[in-house]
Design a protein around this ligand. Structure first.
Ligand code: NAP
Ligand code: ZN
Length: 349
């Protein structure tokens, strides 16, 4: 029998989120159940609650950077014991058999990836409910092992922000000798600086915020460019091998294509709701490309967590209580966070 837990969620795109009761499935033989300790707040949670993409379903419980301690395991579970740390990111299920799943690219499952919230729930019907809640139940094969050596709350954002930037940085062969621009220094961007540096690249911050120019060195970047200053931008024309674009709102992509060296790419991971225009001359010149990337598969997420543990990489977080989630969303919308909100879920009573 499903059991009921407390959660924080939205009943529509306009009203503040509030306390809800939601069901979780009863433990299946291949499931891990854990008490949620912390859950990060990603800009995608904000996009979804506000229905920016037009496919939100309500009631909605967001949250997809979910960590906690295991309280029960099904009889077929082999990698987790009660008391272990556990993490769940964006993906909680996929078909396992399609060409994408067979390449460990569950994020592109041809039969529809089940996400940790706002996608059809195969067990209970309705939509999945995310991590702004007390408990999660997830198949073992989609549950991540959180490194004991990292601060758990500060490691939670790695489950979305971390994998979303690690996957393209790796795919586009970022490493020694490569110059990488990180565009937009929010939750994703600040983690990207650390991961790209740990991969051995030279890292240039591209930010619209003066205060983040000052912060860039502390975050580990080699240089910082204030994007609204044409002189600073001109100094990097044709210089970067890759620009990882994490901007959440409408912006002119052509400005950043012009920073690319021959064969360079602007890789979009940010999700502005409106289409972005690409000028022909900005890609034909220099054989440049404009591409995108979406989170990362489960095996790659575990690889990223282990990489971050090895290099001591976590997010800079501001912890909030469960009753401060609406205020945190308002501040995130204004860009007023350095650099990731994490909700202390033990305060959800
Ligand atoms: P965030 O913390 O709000 O950071 C976004 C950053 O973009 C801001 O800090 C700001 O950086 C810049 N920015 C925002 N509005 C801007 C504007 N109007 N013009 C120029 N720059 C602007 O968000 P996040 O959680 O890192 O997420 C970033 C985006 O990635 C969101 O759209 C999110 O939905 C998306 N996302 C995608 C995936 C994926 O798999 N593809 C996964 C997770 C998130 P500066 O102050 O430095 O300019
Ligand atoms: Zn996210």
């Amino acid at each position: 029998m499903p059991f009921e837990i407390k959660a924080i969620g939205a009943v529509n795109s306009a009203e503040p989120m509030h306390l809800l009761n939601i069901p979780r499935r009863d433990l299946q033989s291949d499931d891990v159940q854990f008490d949620i300790l912390y859950c990060g707040i990603c800009h995608s949670d904000l996009h979804q609650v506000k229905n920016d993409f037009g496919f939100s379903n309500y009631p909605m419980v967001p949250g997809h950077e979910i960590v906690g301690r295991v309280t029960a395991v099904g009889e077929d579970v082999t990698r987790f014991n009660v008391g272990d740390l556990a993490g769940v990111g964006c993906i909680v299920d996929s078909c396992g058999g399609c060409p994408a799943c067979q390449r460990d690219l569950q994020q592109f499952c041809e039969n529809g990836t089940t996400l940790s919230f706002n996608t059809p729930d195969k067990h209970l019907g309705g939509m999945t409910f995310g991590g702004f809640s007390q408990t999660y139940v997830c198949k073992e094969s989609y549950t991540l092992q959180m490194p004991e050596s990292l601060d758990l709350a500060a490691a939670a954002p790695l489950l979305c922000a971390g994998i979303t930037v690690y996957s393209p940085l790796k795919h586009w062969h970022v490493g020694p000798g490569k110059k990488v621009g990180i565009l937009g220094i929010g939750g994703l961007g600040h983690v990207a600086i650390r991961i790209a540096k740990a991969m051995g690249a030279e890292v240039v911050v591209l930010t619209s915020s003066d205060t983040k120019v000052e912060d860039a060195k502390r975050l580990g970047a080699d240089a910082a460019v204030l994007t609204k200053d044409p002189e600073q931008m001109a100094a990097y024309a044709g210089k970067l091998d890759l620009v990882l674009d994490t901007v959440s709102a409408q912006h002119d992509i052509n400005t950043y294509l012009n920073l690319l060296a021959i064969d360079g790419s602007v890789v979009l991971v940010g999700l502005p709701a409106e289409p972005l225009e690409v000028g022909a001359f900005n890609v034909v010149h220099g054989r440049r490309s404009f591409s995108g990337s979406n989170i990362g598969g489960i095996a790659e997420t575990q690889e990223m967590l282990d990489f971050c543990a090895e290099h001591g990489i976590t997010a800079d977080i501001e912890m909030v209580n469960a009753n401060e989630v609406n205020e945190a969303f308002e501040r995130l919308e204004k860009g007023d966070v350095k650099y990731r909100f994490v909700v202390d879920m033990t305060t959800l009573k």
